[in-house]
Write a protein of this length. Structure first.
Ligand SMILES: *[C@@H]1O[C@H](CO)[C@@H](O)[C@H](O)[C@H]1NC(C)=O
Ligand SMILES: *[C@@H]1O[C@H](CO)[C@@H](O)[C@H](O)[C@H]1NC(C)=O
Ligand SMILES: *[C@@H]1O[C@H](CO)[C@@H](O)[C@H](O)[C@H]1NC(C)=O
Ligand SMILES: *[C@@H]1O[C@H](CO)[C@@H](O)[C@H](O)[C@H]1NC(C)=O
Ligand SMILES: *[C@@H]1O[C@H](CO)[C@@H](O)[C@H](O)[C@H]1NC(C)=O
Ligand SMILES: *[C@@H]1O[C@H](CO)[C@@H](O)[C@H](O)[C@H]1NC(C)=O
Ligand SMILES: *[C@@H]1O[C@H](CO)[C@@H](O)[C@H](O)[C@H]1NC(C)=O
Ligand SMILES: *[C@@H]1O[C@H](CO)[C@@H](O)[C@H](O)[C@H]1NC(C)=O
Ligand SMILES: *[C@@H]1O[C@H](CO)[C@@H](O)[C@H](O)[C@H]1NC(C)=O
Ligand SMILES: *[C@@H]1O[C@H](CO)[C@@H](O)[C@H](O)[C@H]1NC(C)=O
Ligand SMILES: *[C@@H]1O[C@H](CO)[C@@H](O)[C@H](O)[C@H]1NC(C)=O
Ligand SMILES: *[C@@H]1O[C@H](CO)[C@@H](O)[C@H](O)[C@H]1NC(C)=O
Length: 849
């Protein structure tokens, strides 16, 4: 009897498993989801989101939630957050009334949780999990109506497409509430709400106490959010008489998926996390309470907070105010708020009052502020408006272009609260004070003059010095001799070369996949080299994106006409280069030679180049340590192949971040690698004052004496490696000492035993990356940029050192640690090259004519 029942149940669950295998996204009246196994889930159509039963953290309680398919730990919504089910007896279904409910099979009575009280008795409803993570309940009548949706009841996560805000008509608000703990999704202490008063602001509350404030909306970001919001996501603020809300959507156009969530975690940290399948971890992109000055009212009224060195803070009274002496704990610095130096005698007008300007601030709390949406209002009118009301304490001329609010004037009534000062960005605030007497004013003026004169003088001297340096550098560069790539052997180099080329060419002709494209095909593919298809301007000519008639995407490099090489020679070179195949080299598909035109056709790389990610404040966050190491090792392997493992032995001569392209999985691919060959030979004839290479990546012996060898590529690689680790450019690097470049700074820190200080702060602090592994890489980088080429490792050493824990020699002082033009010490490095080049490719220096 019992076994019979069991058999029946088994058949039943088998049926369900079968049914759910096809990962449905909808349940209708007679279907339900039970807590019987992993197959009992809803999966959204694009497979981005999953709905099912889960237990948070270490808890054994069961909840119905929605999470990312790709990342199960990111639960974005919980239905029965306050009413856990004690065992696996929960059922999620549409009730007979058409309502979405969760019931406990072990419990009689009303459902544990229900979505909506639907009054029309009907079972003709269905619930569907959409691809943006929204669960909607709709009637089955194709009307497309939504009677209930989970996006209207956010828990602790703000997903793209969801609106967070306040409905002025109904008084209803959509806000976030933290979980109690990782084990308990019930409402915790923290909440995030959009306060509709004054100029609407986001507030983070602990209980009913505000702990953080976004500041008013400034058109494309919040006054108090010092980070661009719109790189991958279009962040939108809408304020109308009906409602005020914020929302955002994904605008990233990469070949990989990228997810984002704003999340209020259970310890009250409101953060923006980003996940991509290139780097499948949730990375914190922004956080509300990062610095002490972000804490609401840290400094009290009329006092401005500035972040200082060790993530501490300083409070300073706004102009015309002095520290509140009656505050017992006040150290005389305004941390207990500030009071007026002179009482404001209202009504006397402009003669007795003035406005003092405060630059680069997060605007004070706007709960009691008034916004005049008049685009044409001038600053004088703004000022007048403020003067006309005795309670007005300050104003700001703002430009709120977003949300259709236009620009205008914001004025404050009452105490100016929660001001913070930024070193750059932010807004200007004008604070109303009683006019100072003329004596005081003069004193101030004199002080300013006394301070400014020396500063201007100093700036002038620095400016002159810089210009002088620049001129000298230019002269040095211009004088570069020209060089040609030859292959060394005991025989006559020319002879060796031609026989070598001939042999390779024969082989190439037999099994080359190189195509010769007709000019008309390339013209059609690139829309006649239209400027909208231009991807960039390389050192050898512009690059265009194209699409062949079969749909294949290509990149076309249109070589500058002055390459001067004969057609036969050029063809031969290209056929040789097309034979170079390595996963870290961009693949050459073919070429096009017609009349004056010479073009190279490459595979198209959708994710642009490394510099596009590395040197961008936002995109750089997609590259965490593991990915960066992969990129470093990939580049090293590619260069090693060029130097040693390919038959051609090529010196790249222009390794730099913009020449490293990224494929759809963000694997690095070196581009422009055959250019040294194609251009090397002809340069002497065609273009006498051209130096291939990029300042900042050039080794000293190349930059100064025009000598290059595989070791100059090693140098460039070392620079690139340090750039990847630090996320900073070698040139244009600005840290403390303006004359020190990245290499110099890395070297100084290394000597002081603080090598890890160079690491990109985007990769997180301390234990977010393995310190010893990063240090090993920095060590390798410093070995590569040593002054003397013979001290630098070969690429095969580099690849070995990067992937093995081996003992490495200590690095010597690198070359060019200063940004100065390199004109000292040239002789020593020249001899260095000459003596170490026996078995490698050597250079014959041909003076330019
Ligand atoms: C649900 O089942 C009942 C009885 O089995 C049936 O009458 C009803 O039509 C079903 N409803 C739907 C929407 O399939
Ligand atoms: C779960 O318990 C383990 C062991 O007690 C503990 O290390 C871990 O931090 C707990 N996890 C959570 C999310 O509480
Ligand atoms: C979603 O999860 C299923 C397994 O549950 C997996 O087969 C599928 O590849 C996942 N899809 C994505 C986009 O991660
Ligand atoms: C649904 O109805 C019940 C009983 O009438 C009531 O207690 C509950 O508050 C209602 N829920 C909603 C969301 O209106
Ligand atoms: C928004 O809703 C929450 C919870 O319902 C409530 O505590 C809060 O006061 C509301 N906020 C506003 C601005 O009405
Ligand atoms: C707003 O974003 C821009 C970049 O989009 C940035 O330059 C500016 O500093 C930001 N404002 C604040 C207050 O952070
Ligand atoms: C937001 O909208 C309300 C109502 O339309 C308006 O009173 C207020 O001035 C607006 N705020 C801003 C900053 O535009
Ligand atoms: C994002 O929203 C903006 C403004 O609403 C819209 O113009 C844009 O098309 C949206 N982008 C996507 C990818 O949905
Ligand atoms: C995204 O990229 C695809 C392929 O490169 C392109 O067809 C599409 O127009 C792009 N979309 C946007 C919004 O840029
Ligand atoms: C919440 O976020 C903060 C800041 O990122 C982090 O330190 C803390 O550990 C997080 N709390 C939990 C429980 O994850
Ligand atoms: C000055 O500080 C005292 C004590 O903290 C406080 O009671 C008083 O309100 C403060 N005055 C002003 C103007 O902030
Ligand atoms: C100024 O504020 C006081 C107290 O808050 C109020 O009584 C008065 O009406 C206000 N005056 C004006 C002109 O708004």
């Amino acid at each position: 009897m019992v076994s019979h029942k069991r058999l029946l149940m088994n058949t039943f669950s088998l049926f369900l498993v079968f049914q759910f295998c096809h990962s449905i996204d909808t349940i209708t009246a007679n279907q339900s989801i039970t807590d019987d196994g992993d197959s009992q889930i809803l999966v959204s159509a694009g497979k981005h989101f999953v709905l099912g039963f889960f237990s948070p953290g270490n808890s054994s309680n069961r909840y119905v939630g929605i999470w990312y398919n790709a990342s199960k730990q990111m639960v974005v919504w919980v239905a029965n957050r306050e009413k856990p089910i004690k065992g696996s007896t929960g059922v999620f279904k549409i009730s007979r009334e058409g309502n979405l409910v969760i019931i406990d099979r072990n419990q009689e009575g009303p459902p544990l949780w229900s979505a909506n009280n639907i009054s029309i008795p009907s079972n003709k409803y269905f619930a569907k999990l959409l691809d943006n993570g929204n669960l909607v309940l709709s009637p089955q009548d194709d009307s497309g109506n939504i009677v209930w949706q989970s996006f209207d009841y956010p828990t602790h996560t703000h997903l793209p497409g969801m609106q967070l805000g306040f409905n002025r008509q109904t008084g209803k608000n959509k806000s976030l509430t933290s979980w109690k703990s990782p084990d308990d999704p019930a409402s915790g202490d923290y909440s995030l709400q959009l306060d509709p008063q004054g100029s609407p602001q986001l507030f983070l509350y602990k209980g009913s106490v505000p702990v953080w404030r976004s500041g008013p909306w400034m058109g494309d970001n919040w006054s108090g959010v010092h980070q661009p919001m719109g790189t991958f996501f279009h962040y939108q603020y809408v304020n109308s008489s009906d409602e005020v809300y914020v929302t955002y959507n994904n605008t990233a156009n990469f070949t990989f998926s990228i997810y984002a969530v704003f999340m209020l975690n259970d310890s009250g940290s409101f953060q923006w996390l980003i996940w991509s399948n290139v780097q499948p971890v949730w990375t914190r992109y922004w956080e509300a309470l990062k610095e002490r000055c972000d804490e609401y009212g840290r400094c009290g009224g009329y006092s401005s907070c500035t972040t200082n060195a060790n993530n501490g803070f300083e409070c300073a009274c706004v102009p015309g105010f002095q520290p509140n002496k009656s505050g017992a704990a006040a150290g005389g610095d305004g941390s207990e708020g500030c009071v007026r130096e002179r009482r404001l005698e209202c009504g006397l007008g402009k003669a007795e009052e003035e406005f003092l300007k405060l630059e680069h601030v997060k605007l004070p709390d706007t709960v009691a502020a008034r916004v005049l949406n008049d685009r044409s209002m001038s600053q004088e009118e703004c000022e007048k408006e403020c003067l006309s009301n005795c309670n007005c304490t300050g104003y700001s001329k703002v430009n709120i272009s977003g949300g259709g609010s236009g620009s205008g004037c914001m004025s404050w009534y009452g105490e100016l609260m929660d001001i913070r000062h930024y070193s750059d960005g932010g807004q200007d605030l004008y604070v109303r004070v009683a006019r100072r007497n003329s004596k005081g004013f003069n004193k101030r003026r004199m002080l300013v003059a006394l301070l400014t004169v020396p500063v201007i003088l100093l700036a002038f001297i620095l400016c002159c010095y810089y210009l002088l340096q620049k001129r000298q550098r230019k002269v040095t560069t211009k004088m570069q001799p020209h060089q040609e790539l030859l292959f060394n052997s005991n025989a006559n180099p020319e002879e060796f070369k031609s026989s070598f080329v001939a042999a390779e060419l024969q082989e190439a002709e037999i099994n080359s996949e190189l195509s010769f494209f007709d000019l008309s095909v390339v013209v059609a593919a690139t829309d006649n080299f239209s400027s909208s298809n231009k991807l960039g301007q390389g050192g050898f000519g512009p690059v265009y994106k194209g699409r062949l008639s079969n749909g294949q995407e290509i990149a076309v490099k249109r070589l500058s006409k002055y390459s001067g090489q004969g057609i036969v020679e050029f063809k031969n070179e290209v056929m040789l280069i097309a034979k170079l195949q390595h996963r870290n080299l961009v693949r050459l598909l073919g070429c096009c030679i017609q009349d004056e035109e010479k073009m190279l056709i490459y595979e198209y790389m959708p994710n642009k180049s490394l510099d596009y990610f590395l040197f961008d404040e936002t995109r750089r966050q997609l590259l965490q340590w593991e990915k960066r190491l992969e990129i470093i090792v990939g580049i090293a392997r590619g260069v090693l192949y060029l130097h040693q493992d390919s038959l051609l032995r090529i010196i790249h001569r222009d390794l730099k971040a913009s020449n490293i392209l990224l494929d759809s999985d963000m694997n690095p691919k070196i581009s422009d690698f055959g250019m040294a060959r194609i251009f090397g030979r002809s340069q002497t004839e065609a273009n006498t004052n051209r130096v291939v290479g990029t300042y900042g990546y050039m080794s000293p012996e190349y930059a100064m004496d025009g000598l290059f060898s595989v070791k100059s590529d090693v140098f460039s690689f070392g620079v690139l490696l340090l750039e990847i680790i630090s996320g900073k450019k070698n040139t244009g690097y600005n840290y403390k000492d303006p004359y020190m470049n990245l290499i110099g700074h890395a070297w100084e820190l290394w000597r002081e035993g603080k090598g890890l200080d160079i690491v990109d702060s985007c990769m997180g602090e301390g234990d977010c990356y393995p310190g010893d592994e990063v240090l090993r890489c920095i060590h390798v980088g410093l070995l590569c940029v040593q002054e003397s080429p013979s001290d630098r490792p070969t690429m095969s050493n580099v690849v070995f050192m990067l992937s093995n824990q081996t003992i490495m020699p200590p690095p010597n002082q690198p070359a060019f640690i200063m940004k100065r033009a390199p004109y000292a010490d040239s002789s020593s490095s020249a001899t260095g090259t000459a003596s170490c080049s026996i078995n490698e490719v050597t250079i014959s220096v041909v003076e330019g004519r």
